[in-house]
Design a protein around this ligand. Structure first.
Ligand SMILES: [Zn+2]
Length: 235
């Protein structure tokens, strides 16, 4: 069946345009995947960005030392620039949601990223329903499902709902971010925090960390003992 689909609709690499062989999964060839701007070690153990200086006492970098409380540790697979940024943009705004799956597959080939998620419950940061209607899919939920499918012992739970549309976080000061995000998230109707599961809130991009922190705080307030975070890209 896959052979026939490849025959009818030959797949090209989304990064290089090269024709992909039958055995290559998805839409990113080896050369394309190698061009992704990966985050390696050393990295900040709080926000997940590359960091070469001395970490502070709580193993955070100076740039995230004043990050809002919420999640314990975040790990991001790529820097949000170049090919990673382009593929996320195409997935969200140009009708190519399948590229999220390709980014997830590439992210899971990073052992630090895979270990961070392994065995945990992934909780996607939800889109506001209006934005979901505009976009047609929820990129964080798609990423969570794709990551869970690639990791044994992982599951996805839609524990959160977004109650308000919020402005872009990146250009706001810390205090404005908090006001912007106050009550933005709540527990989804009928949802409860499952006992004994480690929760990881998942988004496509971590910029200031404020959105993931706000989502994590809802889970902590609902009884989660520890919530971590993950994003495909940082920046
Ligand atoms: Zn940091």
């Amino acid at each position: 069946m896959a052979d026939w689909l490849d025959f009818l609709f030959p797949r090209d690499c989304a990064a290089t345009g090269e024709a992909l062989g039958e055995d290559a999964p998805g839409h990113l060839g080896a050369r394309g995947a190698a061009a992704l701007p990966r985050i390696g070690d050393p990295r900040c153990l709080r926000c997940g960005q590359p960091f070469f200086g001395a970490l502070l006492a709580d193993r955070a970098c100076p740039r995230c030392a004043d990050m809002d409380e919420g999640f314990g540790r975040a790990v991001c697979a790529f820097r949000s620039r170049d090919l990673a940024r382009e593929l996320i943009h195409r997935a969200k705004y140009r009708g190519e949601p399948q590229l999220i799956d390709d980014l997830c597959r590439a992210a899971l080939s990073d052992p630090v990223f895979a270990r961070h998620l392994s065995g945990s419950t992934l909780v996607p940061v939800p889109l506001h329903p209006e934005r979901l209607r505009e976009r047609g899919f929820d990129q964080a939920e798609r990423a969570a499902r794709s990551l869970a499918a690639g990791l044994p012992g992982c599951r996805v739970r839609l524990l959160l709902e977004r109650r308000r549309r919020t402005r872009q976080q990146a250009r706001l000061r810390r205090r404005e971010r908090q006001e912007n995000l106050d009550d933005a998230f709540g527990l989804a109707p009928g949802a409860g925090v499952p006992a004994g599961e480690r929760l990881v809130v998942v988004d496509d991009v971590l910029t200031t960390g404020a959105t993931l922190a706000s989502a994590a705080r809802v889970l902590v307030a609902a009884g989660a003992r520890r919530v971590d975070a993950a994003a495909l890209a940082h920046g």
